[in-house]
Write a new protein. Structure first.
Length: 216
């Protein structure tokens, strides 16, 4: 049986969130392929991970016998998140763009699971695990667009997930999600609709392909 770690970070619920809608489509297809599998789900908006503290950070570099009670408790919370990542056969992350970057709740999760000498370093413990990131955004930050230089979501997550944690990274990018609600973007609605359709198709295709690959 395969395990999917599914993380959502949008502050908006259900279909009001583009990233949640697409991750839900991916998960639905995944579960159809793995009806007896396991899904570990974390909603970082409803149940946020605490931002990293000095105790949680320093505990990662202290011997267990030398940790204070505060460090031990904080580190145990980090280990729980790390073990969820390590036992996953695949990871699904909803990462909407807020003010040109990822939600702070997702950053808090990353700060907790990134542990030098375990998940990061020469031999990352989750190295090679495939991760699909649904990186939704209200506008377009694709190469050649006026705001290309403001794209700090994919660049940052590639640095952390791929280059630091050693995960096998792939993106689905629903863009122009503000077009239906912003009169100034009304001319972009057809492009938004095409992007949304493509995102759902990608979610279904990638989920099925990945499930088949892991089952082989």
């Amino acid at each position: 049986m395969k395990t999917l770690l599914h993380i959502d970070s949008s502050v908006f619920p259900g279909e009001a969130s583009s990233s949640r809608s697409v991750t839900a489509a991916f998960r639905k297809t995944w579960e159809e392929q793995h009806p007896e599998g396991t899904v570990i789900y974390r909603d970082l908006a409803a149940d946020p991970v605490p931002h990293i503290t000095a105790a949680a950070w320093s505990a990662g570099y202290a011997a267990p016998s030398e940790r204070t009670p505060e460090q031990s408790a904080a580190f145990a919370a980090r280990v729980k998140l790390i073990e969820e990542l390590e036992q996953a056969d695949a990871v699904l992350i909803g990462a909407p763009m807020y003010n040109f970057s990822i939600p702070s709740t997702l950053k808090a999760w990353l700060d907790s699971v990134l542990l030098l000498g375990r998940t990061a370093g020469q031999t990352p413990s989750a190295q090679g695990t495939p991760v699909i990131v649904v990186a939704s955004r209200g506008g377009s930050y694709a190469p050649g667009t006026p705001r290309e230089g403001y794209e700090f979501v994919q660049n940052y997550l590639e640095a952390i997930l791929k280059n630091t944690l050693g995960l096998e990274l792939d993106f689905i990018v629903p863009e122009l999600t503000m077009a239906p609600r912003n009169p100034a973007m009304s001319d972009l609605v057809p492009l938004y609709e095409a992007s949304r359709k493509r995102a759902f198709e990608d979610a279904t295709t990638k989920a099925k392909t990945l499930a088949e690959r892991l089952a082989a």
